[in-house]
Design a protein around this ligand. Structure first.
Ligand code: FMN
Length: 332
């Protein structure tokens, strides 16, 4: 938790967000992404209620104050535990707390976390109500359009109906079903077909709710098109692998007049951050592993990745290697 965490923005928009991604959207990643866009809403990795309540609570809640607007994603299905965790999120200064109803992994299914909860709308509603009663920051839900054996539109609409009646007003919908038996989490992000039409039907049938579309969105042009139908878009893999896409977001989607930050300028801002991290005993690759896509699309991209992912490990002067990587982006 950051000591100045009380300075969260009074309002923020979900027009464009970066998805919660385990092992990827840690606080180093979010700090980096924030250098590229001031307005994108950033989600943490999912934290389970068990980890937050019984593990290293302060480590799981940690973020840097520059990350705002930032939302904490929770995994769990015990209403009292979720309420306690939502309270921790609010006290830590998070701008939103989000419940994960989309993760398909076996590990979380066994603990009644994630997409399997789509089969239990009354329980999700109870969880949302408990969280809403506990905090005044927004409580949102990220979900799928169904799961195997429960993928009719009627069941989906029933889920949204019950959860919205419990007080959730903003839904992020990953527009494909999750197949809980037989597919890995990775396959579950690729194999079930994207059904933007079903997400659009939700927007039409529940126009009073906020609808954020997620799944397979790769360009700002696609974002703009989806924003004609939806209230916001959430990008996951593309934002991670091609982070410079975020530099155009403020101007193109949030109406900012400021010129996009250059790749080189982003490298220069990250240098003192990395120095501080290393001075505190951390390693450079904890940060640079999230920056490997910054040169995507340039002739030097491979060299850039090689410097930041491999060469830094071979050198006793990793900051010099970082500077060489930055040099490749001068003028970009
Ligand atoms: C490495 C990885 C980890 C993920 N972890 C989470 C997670 O913790 N919580 C969650 O709701 N979704 C998680 N997801 C799913 C993404 O949030 C998103 O819904 C999915 O990748 C589809 O969006 P995209 O096509 O823009 O990547 C993860 C995805 C990836 C690639």
């Amino acid at each position: 938790m950051h000591p100045e965490s009380a300075s969260a923005p009074a309002t923020f928009s979900r027009c464009f967000s970066v998805a919660p991604m385990m092992d990827w959207t840690d606080h180093h990643c979010r700090y980096f992404l924030r250098q590229l866009s001031q307005h994108a809403l950033l989600y943490t990795e999912m934290v389970t209620t068990g980890a937050l309540l019984h593990g290293d609570t302060q480590r799981f809640l940690h973020y840097n104050d520059t990350e705002h607007p930032v939302a904490l994603q929770l995994g769990g299905s015990n209403p009292a535990d979720l309420a306690a965790c939502a309270r921790l999120a609010e006290q830590a200064g998070y701008d939103e707390v989000n419940l994960n109803v989309g993760c398909p992994s076996d590990r979380v299914q066994n603990n009644m976390i994630g997409a399997c909860l789509m089969a239990h709308p009354a329980l999700v509603a109870e969880c949302v109500k408990a969280m809403r009663d506990a905090v005044s920051i927004p409580v949102t839900v990220k979900h799928r359009i169904g799961i195997d054996g429960r993928d009719s539109y009627e069941e989906l609409a029933d889920f949204v109906g019950q959860v919205s009646e419990a007080g959730c007003q903003s839904f992020t919908v990953h527009a494909r079903i999750a197949i809980l038996s037989g597919l890995s989490p990775k396959e579950n992000r690729e194999v079930p077909p994207l059904r933007y039409d079903i997400a659009a039907q939700l927007k039409e049938d529940f126009p009073e709710l906020e609808w954020i579309l997620n799944g397979g969105i790769k360009t700002l042009e696609a974002c703009r098109q989806h924003l004609e139908t939806f209230d916001g878009v959430m990008l996951g893999r593309e934002a991670y692998h091609n982070p410079y896409l975020l530099a155009e977001v403020d101007g193109q989607l949030f109406g900012s007049q400021l010129a996009p930050v250059t790749r080189h300028a982003a490298m220069l801002v990250m240098r003192p951050y990395i120095e501080r991290h290393m001075a505190a005993g951390g390693q450079m690759h904890h940060v640079t592993r999230h920056m490997l896509g910054l040169a995507q699309g340039f002739p030097g991209a491979r060299r850039f990745r090689q410097l930041l992912s491999a060469d830094i490990h071979k050198s006793d002067q990793p900051l010099t290697i970082f500077d060489q990587a930055a040099e490749l982006l001068v003028g970009r």
